[in-house]
Design a protein around this ligand. Structure first.
Ligand code: SF4
Length: 327
């Protein structure tokens, strides 16, 4: 399975070339209720529990090939993210340094769930990134357990918040906190009351360079999860506005780098589409935008993948969405 995939279009970063450091099925320290990859197949508490992991030479070989064939002109960032938690890879620091050497001035970004920040070796590896995006959906233990469903042996939310703040004090790159705001059909929400107040308090304590106000608009998570409206996201942004200036807040629906992304030359659409929807469910329009082609071209490709039993279509709130069929 390729470790370099995309580019995918990200509302946060534009055209992002992905690097997936997880081998095989979804492996994570969390089992978030909104995860677009579905439930965690391998719930682990640290790198020591990984049976196998992606090595530096695999990343180097694929990235060199990508650069030779496509170049990096159309890429805005290179992002470590994929089928699980990237900080589980014990070679993260070495791989990050090699990727940076190959991509030069393109920023390298990592999307992490913050659960391993309490480990010195993980914090040290993260220092190699230009941008670190840490997930923080809760400021109190109850909301953390409901939303993120941490695997056995994972630290408390208090420890996570403190270790992100500690990382911030030693990091010279840009630290961003991404918070996923949601409702559920059993009444729980982190958008109001004490759960929201404690989450805001934690974000303020960390004092990141950027706060990303997000909601799970892609399908894949538990059926009981309900994304919040853009109006509510704006209201949450306003409550954070007491502590952060506008330029330090990226609110989904307002900040949108996708439209600015330039078009990209694409060789094999089918393989690209297959690699993209394996890591993130997409609508036809999303795929068309990512690949810089018209919607009809993408439709033919996904129909072919569906015919081969490699993709499926579901009706989501945001429109018809395409997934990889897990074998
Ligand atoms: S959303 Fe991220 S942290 Fe949560 S289960 Fe999925 S991969 Fe893990």
């Amino acid at each position: 399975m390729p470790v370099v995939y995309g580019p995918v279009l990200s509302w946060r970063f534009g055209r992002s070339l992905g690097i997936d450091l997880i081998i095989g099925e979804k492996t994570c320290t969390f089992n978030c209720i909104y995860c677009q990859l579905g439930r965690t197949a391998q719930c682990v508490s640290g790198p020591e529990e990984l049976k196998e992991y992606v090595r530096e030479n695999e990343v180097e070989e694929e990235l060199r090939k990508y650069i030779a064939e496509e170049g990096l002109n159309y890429i805005d960032v290179v992002t470590f993210s994929g089928t699980g938690e990237p900080t589980l890879n014990p070679k993260l620091g070495t791989i990050a340094r090699k990727v940076k050497e190959l991509v030069g001035d393109k920023p390298i970004v990592i999307l992490t769930n913050s659960s391993l920040f309490y480990r010195r070796d993980v914090r040290k590896a993260l220092l190699n990134f230009d941008i670190v995006v840490t997930k923080l959906d809760a400021g109190d233990e109850k909301a953390y357990r409901i939303i993120n469903r941490p695997c056995r042996g994972k630290p408390s939310i208090k420890t996570i918040i403190e270790s992100i703040a500690e990382f911030k004090s030693e990091y010279r790159g840009k630290l961003m906190v991404q918070s996923m705001f949601l409702h559920t059909n059993f009444g729980f929400t982190n958008c109001r009351g004490k759960h929201l107040a404690q989450l805001v308090e934690a974000i303020v304590k960390i004092d990141p360079d950027i706060v990303q106000v997000d909601t799970p608009y892609r399908p894949g998570g538990e059926k009981f999860v309900i994304p919040v409206s853009l109006k509510e996201l704006r209201e949450i942004g306003e409550s954070l506005g007491k502590y952060f200036s506008k330029d330090r807040m990226w609110i989904f629906g307002i900040h949108d780098k996708r439209k600015l992304a330039a078009s990209v030359r694409i060789g094999d659409y089918k393989e690209r589409v297959s690699e993209i929807i394996k890591r993130r469910p997409c609508r036809l329009q999303d795929l068309a935008d990512m690949l810089g082609v018209d919607i009809e071209t993408v439709q033919k490709v996904v129909e072919e993948l569906i015919g081969e039993g490699k993709a499926c279509r579901i009706k989501a709130q945001s429109g018809e969405t395409y997934y990889t069929v897990k074998t």
